[in-house]
Design a protein around this ligand. Structure first.
Ligand SMILES: NC(=O)c1ccc[n+]([C@@H]2O[C@H](COP(=O)([O-])OP(=O)(O)OC[C@H]3O[C@@H](n4cnc5c(N)ncnc54)[C@H](OP(=O)(O)O)[C@@H]3O)[C@@H](O)[C@H]2O)c1
Length: 329
């Protein structure tokens, strides 16, 4: 069954469900590729649920402004954006053993699927985890993409060990603030780069040292770090190769590091694209519930103002943190 079926009539639910699920829902959709101007709130079929999927009643959905520029988001039309969700399971497919109907879940939705800017979204059950319980849906929805990226950079890619010296470029940013916090939690000695206004904040997140890039050079001392996580790129990346010890690990988020520079400095160059992972989401939820992970919300918009929410990405004075769509209370 195609998840993008436009068949009229009740949503097809092969497994269990909590009660009647309406056949149609409100969704923020685009019928043509473009920017926020293509997005409109309109009735849409409630998505069907495949055997390995769960249907989520969406409470909050977080926005990644850049997603409207990614090819995979536009692989089907009409498309629904916002690929981080927190909500309640209302139906599950036949082969799903977890979650169950009524469970509160959160997750990252793969970018080639419809997103969560809608009253309902269907998601492979394996991509979901129990949401953090000490915070509301709004905060939970703001966690998955940036925090999973940080976790996968540090744990899956760099395999950071306690006591290692980790340099985080952009330690105040969406991903960098989680890298700073998680690296400190892993027992690394964390140095972060940031602009002057963010230095105190990044120290509070757990960095042992913050290099103010307005006044200090992060590459003044060669071979000073075991691991570099680069969320900035450009000239910052170009200057990062010599700061690693031989055998050190350089993780980039925008594009793979230069193979030539990696070979010249005898380091490992690592690039990856974040993917959903239940165990990692569960670990992150536990960190949130333990008060070990600060989650920043820049602003919230009701689903009905979804287009305005995407347009707010162009505002230069936007505060740091996630923009979240509130779908239900
Ligand atoms: N590969 C993946 O799976 C993956 C996943 C998520 C994100 N990404 C990519 O990762 C990158 C970072 O994303 P993000 O959401 O964290 O962006 P972001 O929130 O804009 O964070 C970047 C941070 O770096 C700061 N910064 C800019 N130039 C700097 C410099 N020269 N030195 C030190 N800090 C500097 C920025 O400060 P200001 O805000 O003051 O400019 C900001 O705090 C993006 O390119 C994104 O596309 C990749």
């Amino acid at each position: 069954m195609s998840r993008n079926s436009t068949a009229r009539g009740p949503a097809v639910v092969p497994g269990t469900r909590s009660g009647p699920v309406p056949a149609t829902m409100s969704a923020l959709r685009a019928h043509r590729r473009g920017g926020p101007e293509q997005l409109a709130l309109e009735p849409a079929p409630t998505p069907p649920v495949a055997d390995d999927e769960a249907l989520i009643e969406v409470h909050a959905a977080a926005i990644t402004f850049a997603e409207l520029g990614w090819d995979e988001v536009w692989k089907h039309l009409p498309m629904i954006p916002s690929h981080e969700v927190s909500g309640v399971v209302v139906a599950v497919g036949r082969s799903v053993t977890w979650p169950q109907v009524g469970d509160q879940v959160y997750g990252l939705i793969r970018f080639d699927r419809d997103g969560a800017a809608a009253e309902y979204v269907s998601v492979p059950a394996a991509d979901l985890a129990p949401r953090p319980r000490t915070v509301g849906h709004t905060v939970a929805a703001a966690v998955p993409l940036a925090a999973l990226t940080a976790w996968q950079a540090l744990v899956d890619q760099a395999k950071v060990q306690p006591g290692e010296r980790v340099l985080v470029h952009g330690g105040a940013g969406g991903v960098g603030s989680y890298v700073t916090q998680i690296a400190a939690r892993l027992g690394a000695r964390v140095t972060a780069t940031a602009f002057t206004a963010d230095v105190a904040h990044v120290l509070r997140l757990g960095a042992h040292r913050v290099i103010d890039v307005a006044t200090q050079q992060f590459d003044a001392t060669p071979a000073a770090f075991d691991v570099v996580i680069d969320t900035v790129g450009g000239a910052t990346l170009e200057r990062s190769y010599p700061v690693l010890v031989a055998g050190g690990r350089l993780v980039t988020l925008q594009a793979p590091p230069s193979a030539e520079m990696v070979a010249r400095h005898g380091i490992q160059g690592l690039f990856f694209v974040v993917s959903p992972n239940r165990d990692e989401l569960s670990a992150l939820a536990a960190m949130v519930d333990a008060g070990e992970l600060e989650v920043k919300i820049a602003s919230t918009f009701p689903l009905s103002a979804g287009r305005a929410a995407f347009e707010s990405g162009a505002h230069f004075d936007r505060p740091p943190g996630k923009t979240v769509l509130l779908v239900r209370d």
